[in-house]
Design a protein around this ligand. Structure first.
Ligand code: PEP
Ligand code: MN
Length: 293
């Protein structure tokens, strides 16, 4: 496949695919993102309480997730909505890691919080609303933690890669790209999951690419099927919202899976995960394993 996609993409020297570097693996504790396994990251939209987080962490770990998500600092559309627990939330995430062994991904909203969040998190999430916050991108580029960079709601893939290049140019090559749905004219879903973004990004960039079906769908009934679609087109991982009682969630309850729904989703995904694992093992050139870290 053509790594410039018929010349439509700029050559961003640190993130574009080249013959020397066609696949990179981001290592987080004992987890490899971009390797032969599809990695599931799951947890609540926001950290709300110790009980909510620990119960969720235990459940998702038991069902096969490797990384716990949970926002301590929340970018909310309304200034009156729950803004997150801040440092108290970070402490709960650390506790959940100690108890379950799951690595932690949490969002960083401001460059001022980067150092502090690095003390608690294994991966720093830069959210859709922050994808073009250049001072934040530079700050996460200078920290030693991997970065999960979400596509902005109205950002092209070229713009997403440009943001990734800023992080890499600041010194941090450990970047995971995330397709989380884009804004279109279709109101039936919260966003439109751009399923083609996954293979296109994997063709033009060496970075791992994951999908967030929760923010794309906006409704929980669509999350498992979109997760399956993302795995089928080669996503390196999934980011999924799960809550012990979604109807009482302080944010994104409508799109959060119950524990039972999450377990069922993981069961139903198994054949698709196995196909991916086998395809990557048998034909690594599909992912072109050259110059991995
Ligand atoms: C989130 O992951 O909870 C979130 C706010 O996502 P996004 O930045 O994709 O809207
Ligand atoms: Mn959310």
């Amino acid at each position: 496949m053509d790594p410039t996609w018929n010349g439509q993409f700029s050559r961003f020297d640190l993130v574009s695919k080249t013959s020397e570097r066609s696949r990179s693996i981001v290592r987080v504790r004992d987890v490899e993102i971009g390797g032969n396994e599809v990695i599931v990251m799951a947890g609540p939209c926001a950290v709300e309480s110790e009980r909510q987080l620990l119960e969720t962490a235990e459940t998702v770990a038991e069902a096969g997730a490797r990384i716990l998500r949970g926002g301590a600092y929340k970018p909310r559309s309304s200034p009156y909505a729950f803004q997150g627990l801040g440092v108290a939330g970070l402490k709960l995430l650390r506790k959940a890691r100690e108890e379950t062994g799951l690595a932690i991904v949490t969002e960083v909203l401001s460059e001022k919080d980067v150092d502090q969040i690095c003390e608690y998190a294994d991966i720093l999430q830069v959210g859709a609303r922050s994808m073009e916050n250049y001072s934040l991108l530079e700050a996460v580029g200078k920290c030693g933690r991997p970065v999960l960079l979400k596509r902005g709601m109205v950002a092209t893939l070229e713009e997403l890669l440009r943001s990734a290049q800023i992080v890499a140019a600041a010194g941090n090559p450990h970047i995971i790209l995330c397709e989380r749905g884009i804004r279109t004219f279709e109101p039936a879903t919260r966003n439109t999951l751009d399923i083609s973004a996954i293979p296109v990004l994997k063709t033009v960039s060496h970075l791992p690419v994951i999908a967030d079906p929760s923010h794309a769908a906006g409704v929980r009934c669509l999350v498992p099927i979109l997760a399956r679609a993302a795995v089928a087109v080669g996503a390196d991982g999934l980011l999924v919202e799960v809550h012990p009682s979604p109807e009482a969630a302080l944010s994104d309850g409508e799109q959060s899976l119950t524990f039972r729904e999450f377990r069922d989703m993981m069961d139903d995904l198994q054949p698709y995960l196995a196909i991916q694992r086998e395809a990557r093992r048998l034909r690594p050139e599909l992912l072109a394993v050259v110059g991995a870290d």
